[in-house]
Design a binder for this molecule. Structure first.
Ligand code: TYC
Length: 122
């Protein structure tokens, strides 16, 4: 599908801009139009990375506490990360994904685990 510049996304707040779309004082104008339809938001995967030190039990606690997983689903995801190096905890809008990553990283640090949690654009 061809990209229509008149339908360029209206950007809000903290989601990173693609380069080259100007800004205050940049000398470029932003063309806008009234939307006829609502846009689907960009979605971001939140991923856990494997390491050799974080306990399996702690990873299951994280998945239950921050990603609302059952014991069975949390165990399945944890074992997937353990066996494959990386695994998906959920898919969220930018700000929700960013909040989950921060919460998990803060919780891991507090409990002195080196667990890493990242987000990637879908
Ligand atoms: N590999 C860890 C162990 O054997 C368990 C683990 C699983 C760690 C998933 C991190 O994201 C992770 N103790």
């Amino acid at each position: 599908m061809a990209h229509d510049p008149l339908r360029a996304p209206l950007r809000a707040g903290k989601e990173p801009k693609k380069s080259g779309d100007g800004g205050p004082g940049s000398g470029t104008a932003l063309i806008t139009r009234t939307r006829q339809q609502t846009r689907r938001p960009n979605m971001y995967r939140v991923l856990l990375l494997n390491d050799d030190y974080t306990t399996q039990e702690f990873v299951v606690i994280v998945l239950r506490k921050y990603f609302n997983k059952s014991v069975e689903e949390a165990t399945r995801i944890m074992l997937h990360v353990h066996n494959h190096g990386v695994g998906e905890c959920g898919v969220y809008t930018y700000e929700v994904a960013e909040t989950k990553v921060t919460q998990v990283m803060d919780f891991a640090r507090k409990h002195q685990h080196p667990l890493q949690c990242i987000m990637e654009k879908k």
